[in-house]
Design a protein around this ligand. Structure first.
Ligand code: DAU
Length: 334
């Protein structure tokens, strides 16, 4: 959006934890309408100072600890960022914004969330905006909590909030802890690929650019107080997706057909592993005209090609020494 909205100033607040990577923003780094601020969304003074400096009219809140396995090992950082961080952003928006202008379109707080708040589906059916919340991991509990806070600020104070709940994202530049980049990277290195349980868990895969288009649509045209489910309409078992990705890597690297499938290694299941996610996107399609445009085969091909062409990105993104040095270049002022 930075080049397409030259009259809008964009301020990116990011704490640059392990998955944050400013290389991803290189194409816009020099743009005159783009500003980077390093900081924690739960740091109230920092957030307040940014509201004072920039007089934001809009907050799009993507900042989150997002990896379920990490939340199982270290849950409290998820509570800090996802719960306290969200409440801090909501409260500082409320403090900065003029309540007399709520409901006039002067402001918008878009909270970006996940379909995991709805829990785990059986073999049939879909999540929708009216599915009761049933989070089952520390990660999804923290996102569910954040959603409740966003609705509470809308209900209690009239803050103009919209919420979107998306399915599993994939695509270029994703930190290789998530399933699809993990498969690609490990296949490139000919390492074992751990598939939890029997590989029969199902996810609904959403290409990142489709998600970005949905977010822009919801931000621009969504209705205050509403929630929109966003999904890829591309459900696959983990074993199916692993095979699709591995076959694509084989084609791209000229390996013999099916060779990399041998790298799949069944691993002990994730504790509390949600069985199936599938998002019904009919509301956002009907009311705002959005639908996912990339099919899964195209999306996987584009993703595999991107990782194969960006080995330097990969080395740097996964090298802690380099990342530490890079973070220091952007150290927050004392
Ligand atoms: O539904 C949206 C959610 O999708 C987001 O809110 C989360 O931030 C995001 O992490 C993702 O959650 P998942 O747990 O579904 O994503 P992940 O890539 O970790 O795992 C996808 C599936 O693959 C899941 O069933 C677990 C399985 N898996 C994952 C890893 C990392 C494996 O079998 N082996 C693995 O090594």
């Amino acid at each position: 959006m930075v080049p397409r909205y030259p009259d809008t100033r964009f301020v990116n607040l990011d704490s640059l934890t392990y998955a944050g990577n400013l290389m991803n923003l290189a194409p816009i780094e020099q743009a005159e309408n783009y500003f980077f601020a390093r900081g924690d969304i739960a740091d109230r003074e920092k957030v307040r100072a940014l509201f004072q400096e920039h007089a934001f009219s809009t907050v799009v809140h993507f900042a989150a600890e997002s990896h379920v396995d990490r939340s199982v090992r270290a849950p409290l950082s998820f509570v800090h960022t996802n719960v306290l961080g969200t409440a801090t952003l909501l409260e500082e928006a409320r403090a900065a914004w003029n309540a007399d202008d709520f409901g006039t379109g002067a402001y918008r707080f878009h909270h970006v969330s996940t379909d995991e708040v709805y829990g785990s589906l059986g073999p049939e059916g879909f999540f929708s905006e009216t599915t009761p919340y049933d989070p089952r991991s520390p990660y999804s509990a923290s996102k569910a909590s954040a959603d409740h806070f966003a609705r509470a600020w809308a209900q209690t104070y009239g803050l103009p909030v919209v919420i979107s709940n998306c399915s599993n994202n994939y695509g270029p530049r994703q930190f290789p802890e998530k399933l699809i980049p993990l498969i690609i990277v490990r296949a490139m290195q000919e390492n074992e690929i751990p598939i939890y349980g029997a590989g029969d868990h199902v996810r609904d895969w959403l290409y990142v650019e489709d998600h970005c288009e949905a977010l822009e649509t919801i931000l621009m045209s969504g209705v205050d107080g509403e929630t929109y489910g966003v999904g890829g309409e591309a459900c696959r078992t983990n074993l199916e997706i692993a095979h699709d990705v591995l076959d694509c890597v084989d084609r791209a690297l000229g390996r013999s057909e099916g060779a990399s499938r041998a790298l799949v290694s069944f691993a002990p299941d994730r504790p509390g592993h949600d069985y199936r996610y599938a998002m019904d996107v009919s509301k956002v399609r009907r009311e705002l005209g959005w639908r996912p445009r990339r099919d899964l085969t195209q999306g996987i091909e584009a993703t595999v090609a991107w990782y194969l062409e960006h080995e330097t990105w990969l080395e740097q993104a996964t090298d802690e020494t380099w990342r530490q040095w890079y973070r220091e270049q952007y150290a927050a002022p004392a």
